[in-house]
Design a protein. Structure first.
Length: 101
């Protein structure tokens, strides 16, 4: 080890690794295929969010009634939550896959 002082981030990461080791949590190394699949899942999520945001803005501009706008806003938030949940589920599934080598 070097004699240089450690940054706060390095100290926190060391503590977290020790805590995980004490709890029996093993570090997981992702394969290149898993990394690519996770990146793809995130990219698809971002595209869905961007598309939904454009559609929402278009609808909101055409609405004058505050109650109708509130309904549109709630639908928008619900869709974003669903997209995030779908993304997280897909990423969790990818991380849990074991390479067949």
């Amino acid at each position: 080890m070097s004699d240089e002082p450690k940054s706060a981030l390095e100290l926190v990461m060391e503590r977290l690794r020790k805590k995980d080791a004490d709890a029996g949590v093993a570090a997981q190394t992702l394969t290149d295929e898993q990394k690519a699949a996770i990146a793809e899942a995130r990219s698809v999520y971002e595209a869905k969010v961007a598309e939904r945001q454009i559609l929402h803005r278009g609808k909101v501009l055409a609405v004058v009634d505050p109650q109708e706008r509130a309904v549109l806003d709630e639908e928008y938030r619900r869709d974003l939550d669903r997209y995030a949940s779908d993304r997280d589920t897909k990423i969790r599934h990818i991380r849990d896959e074991h390479p067949s080598t």
